[in-house]
Design a protein around this ligand. Sequence first.
Ligand SMILES: N[C@@H](CCC(=O)N[C@@H](CS)C(=O)NCC(=O)O)C(=O)O
Length: 221
Amino acid sequence: MPPTLYYHPFASFCQKVLIALYENGTPFEPRLIDLGDPASRAELTSVWPLAKFPVLRDVERDVIVPESSLIIDYLGRHYPGPCKLIPADPEEAMRVHLWDRLFDNYVANQVTKIVTDHFRPQGRRDPDGVEQAKAMIATAYALIERDLPPGGWACGDGFTLADCAAAPALFYANIAVPFAEHPKLVAYYERLCARPSFARVIDEARPYRKPFPLGWPASYA
Ligand SMILES: N[C@@H](CCC(=O)N[C@@H](CS)C(=O)NCC(=O)O)C(=O)O
């Protein structure tokens, strides 16, 4: 029995894991969670009380794995495929993990801060926090632009966990804080968009696009 993925196609950390699954053609049981629906939410909290997704449940091994990076690590160890997303060499792996952390913590999580602020009631919004989040993303872009290889992927020739993290993070971050002035980043993002696994993720999320508080740029049609 393949592992079950609790996820939503529009959620960026879920997309990160979907990219890993598609890269390796890994069979999985999709379990779409609607956090706005109490029964669906309860299904997620029954496996992971923090109500954050993605979560992988592997009944065969009696394991529940939360956290996108851990899921991708777990899949690589127990359901390996042709695309090795975490290198065997420890030094190379450390670099991949660093870039994964960079995209998760200093890009994707900052976008969440900016977007969720729009859903706060008047008087409880946090403009200073939003400004700090935007500044953090801008700083991360500058670092990425400085250290990205001129071609290939975030950590070299091989597509890795870092690229799984980067693609959805940049998709949403580019709306909040455009990165057009960073040419290496723009070219890297174009390569990501042309990657079939990510193109599929974008397509599958399209039906769930809704009025986005930051708006949808014309280029995202
Ligand atoms: N560190 C977690 C972050 C997971 C996360 O924040 N997921 C978002 C969706 S992209 C979520 O569950 N949001 C629902 C909520 O916060 O209520 C990971 O890497 O999986």
